[in-house]
Design a protein around this ligand. Structure first.
Ligand code: LLP
Length: 422
């Protein structure tokens, strides 16, 4: 982990001592290294110099993080009105924003039409709705259809999206007829095609299968008269949460799909842009979560009670995900015992890490969870009456707050007490 280092026994990120961060800014706290995001983006872009990279804002929707990626030249995959709002505020160009979603509200479709971004249409029904909304507004919206390519990558079932039975996209064999309908409708202009097969995929074969299936469709649909400006194959490239595994890199992915894409475009005499929508790869390893040890318990296991549970980071509980844990203030000490690290939430399942070999842990120690930049803060909640924590950005020794911690007042902020209770 080259942006994480150990100095005087302490874990540092972006040149900043993590234990000091907890003393100064509180705990738990997410800490993101700006340079790491930039490096990840540049590595991905270098592998795909001719493609557009639309950052999947759901991975981490913090405005400053979107601004960093906008500066690097990213577009955005947005999946809600709120993500669209943030992406626009971050300065992402409108023609590089694709509004995705399997169940967009009419209000969201109207927002897409009014802001002039592109829409990935997920069903025939949505096509009709979008067409009439755009027509009413006197606008024409550029669209793609989200294809369900029926590809099944090996990943956690909750994050596999391209199976035939998945809720996303238009069945592969109905896609041509979707484009035929779009060509005949006012207000919609088909310029792209889109799919996404899943997330945290650690092999390239499913992507090869996907590109081939998508290009089969592109060929057929081009012959209907659709001029493809882009072919968006979504994302899903995984990262090595477990440190001893080999994972494909963006280069490996590019080597396996770009030649196929280029060849098939050439054969067809078309020149669409390849679009990818990386989320996790760009931000995943850029952040750590710092938590403090509240209490120790020797029972059936050695339990370490920390101040972050699945309200702060849900991945271990929701996907049985592994996140490497480091005792940040004893980062160079040898493992001495086996610990199970648990959160403060009133649920048996609130376990952040099971049976980890770590140096001796005491109350007051700081435990850092690595690789929490993707789907970490963005999936956090106020469950159990816990305000969401703060987010920091570090860069070459500097520290900025990019989200303040919530307060008790935030827990009550939108609640109303009917007069008869006053
Ligand atoms: N594009 C679309 C249409 C997506 O649905 C997603 C992720 C992405 C791009 C980005 O995929 P990535 O590059 O991050 O693999 N919460 C889960 C992951 C859910 C992914 C949802 N869609 C987790 O924590 O593992």
């Amino acid at each position: 982990k080259n942006h994480l280092e150990i100095e005087n026994s302490r874990l540092t990120i972006g040149g900043v001592d993590t234990s000091n961060l907890v003393n100064e800014y509180g705990s738990p706290i997410y800490v993101t290294n700006e340079q790491r995001i930039r490096d990840n983006f540049r590595r991905y872009k270098k592998a795909f110099p001719d493609a557009d990279l639309f950052y999947a804002a759901k991975a981490n929707g913090n405005l400053t993080i979107l601004k960093i990626l906008a500066e690097e030249g990213a577009g955005a995959d947005v999946f809600s009105d709120g993500e669209l709002y943030t992406a626009l505020l971050a300065g992402i160009p409108r023609d590089k924003i694709l509004f995705n979603g399997n169940s967009k509200s009419d209000r969201e479709l109207l927002m897409a039409v009014q802001t002039g971004v592109r829409v990935s249409v997920d069903s025939f029904d949505e096509l009709n709705t979008l067409s009439s909304i755009a027509k009413n507004e006197g606008k024409v919206v550029d669209i793609a259809f989200r294809v369900n390519p029926d590809v099944s990558p090996k990943t956690h079932p909750k994050i596999s999206t391209g199976l035939k039975t998945s809720k996303f996209g238009i069945p592969h064999d109905e896609v041509v007829s979707a484009y035929k309908q779009a060509l005949d409708k006012p207000g919609v202009n088909p310029v792209g095609i889109h799919c996404h097969i899943g997330s945290q995929i650690l092999e390239v074969e499913p992507f090869v299968e996907t590109v081939n299936k998508m290009m089969d469709l592109v060929e057929q649909i081009s012959r209907l008269g659709v001029e493809f400006e882009f072919v968006d194959i979504g994302s899903g490239l995984g990262i090595p949460y477990e440190k001893n595994i080999e994972v494909p890199t963006p280069n490996d992915l590019a080597d396996s799909i770009v030649p196929i894409f280029n060849e098939r475009c050439k054969a067809e005499g078309i020149n669409p842009k390849l679009v990818l929508e990386p989320g996790r790869y760009l931000v995943g390893d850029s952040a750590i979560l710092l938590t403090s040890v509240n209490t120790m318990k020797n029972a059936a296991k050695k339990f370490v009670g920390i101040d972050a549970g699945f309200n702060t980071m849900i991945r271990p509980v929701m996907y049985d995900a592994y996140h490497h844990a480091v005792v940040a203030n004893k980062a160079d000490k040898n493992a001495e015992d086996t610990y199970t690290i648990v959160g403060p939430i009133c649920e048996t399942g609130d376990i952040m890490a099971t049976d980890r070999e770590l140096p001796e842990i005491e109350k007051g120690d700081v435990i850092a969870f690595l690789d929490v930049g993707g789907y970490g803060f963005s999936m956090s909640s106020q469950y159990n009456g816990r305000p969401r924590c703060a987010e920091l950005l570090v860069n070459k020794g500097d520290v900025d707050i990019i989200r303040k911690a919530e307060t008790y007042a935030d827990l009550l902020a939108n609640q109303e007490v009917p007069p008869r209770f006053l």
